[in-house]
Design a binder for this molecule. Structure first.
Ligand SMILES: C[S@@+](CC[C@H](N)C(=O)[O-])C[C@H]1O[C@@H](n2cnc3c(N)ncnc32)[C@H](O)[C@@H]1O
Length: 277
């Protein structure tokens, strides 16, 4: 393979390829050459034949449906630059709604907060970055996910404590002011599980029994004890699950139930408050 200009290569590959967009190819080249976009467009660096082969392999992975974030080992979320690998879900933009709603709902005074099923640490570390006086705990059943989240704590210079736990089993009653979770909520029979995007992600981060509601119910049930009096639970769910999640919150004695929509206008997050006498 002969040497080629980067911009030519972006043009050629994005013309032929099935899945990669021009932006994907551009990001792969920036990562391969470790340069920024300005240099790419100002200097149009030449790709050596070895770099062309490497690029071809990366584009092939993308064409097979592997998320760009896994190939680049990086994903922007809220104001963080997160390291991601196959041990964690790639954080989704719709999850940012949960951060926004929590920040809107509480002042900056001290709080103890738990991000349950933290994965890459996306939710907990974002909250910690925004609220320096909050004590943020991040927990996950996957020790490999905890390792990724811890790496992201140092990468983004934020504070958090990590705990390896099956949902709330490791925690004492009346511990947290806020519990937040984006749990697995896809029905195991949902054919989307086998789609290009999802098939690379850890299955335990995606599916949950009882039509996707099993883990949500466990979290709601356990949270009523682990939250302090007047504590709040914020939980992300599928776009068609808000009715069921609302009923579960009522079943486990939550009140002040609120629903929040994502940018498509779909219900995506439910919150509730627990009052203990
Ligand atoms: C949908 S992912 C969310 C990851 C991250 N919070 C985010 O929003 O990008 C769900 C996470 O829950 C974790 N998880 C699954 N079952 C769990 C359990 N029984 N206890 C604790 N965490 C669990 C998975 O390992 C995964 O990291």
């Amino acid at each position: 393979m002969n040497e080629r200009s980067s911009l030519n290569q972006i043009h050629n590959i994005s013309k032929d390829t099935r899945l990669s967009t021009k932006l994907d190819v551009e990001l792969l080249i920036l990562d391969l050459l470790k340069i920024d976009k300005n240099i790419l467009y100002r200097e149009d660096p030449v790709l050596s034949s070895r770099q062309l082969k490497e690029l071809e392999a990366l584009v092939r992975r993308r064409e097979q449906g592997e998320p760009l974030a896994y190939i680049l080992k990086s994903k922007g979320f809220w104001s963080l630059d997160l390291f991601v690998d196959e041990n964690v879900l790639v954080p989704r933009p719709e999850t940012e709604i949960i951060i926004e709603k929590i920040l809107e709902s509480f002042d900056t005074s001290e709080k103890t907060v738990l991000d349950l099923g933290t994965g890459s640490g996306a939710i907990g570390l974002s909250l910690s970055k925004e609220r320096k006086d909050w004590g943020v705990f991040c927990s996950d059943i996957s020790f490999d996910a905890i390792k990724v989240a811890r790496k992201n704590k140092y990468k983004n210079e934020v504070d958090a404590i990590f705990i390896n736990s099956d949902w709330l089993e490791a925690y004492a009653d009346n511990t947290f002011d806020i519990i937040v979770s984006n749990p697995p909520y896809i029905d195991p029979d949902d054919p989307r599980i086998h789609s290009d995007g999802l098939k690379y992600e850890p299955i335990h981060a995606l599916i949950s029994g009882q039509k996707g509601l099993k883990d949500i119910e466990t979290i709601i049930c356990q949270s009523q004890e682990v939250l302090v009096n007047k504590g709040s639970l914020f939980i992300e769910h599928g776009h068609d699950q808000s009715g069921e999640v609302e009923l579960l919150l009522e079943k486990y004695n939550f009140s002040d139930i609120r629903k929040f929509q994502d940018l498509n206008g779909d219900d995506r997050v439910c919150s509730g408050k627990i009052f203990k006498c």
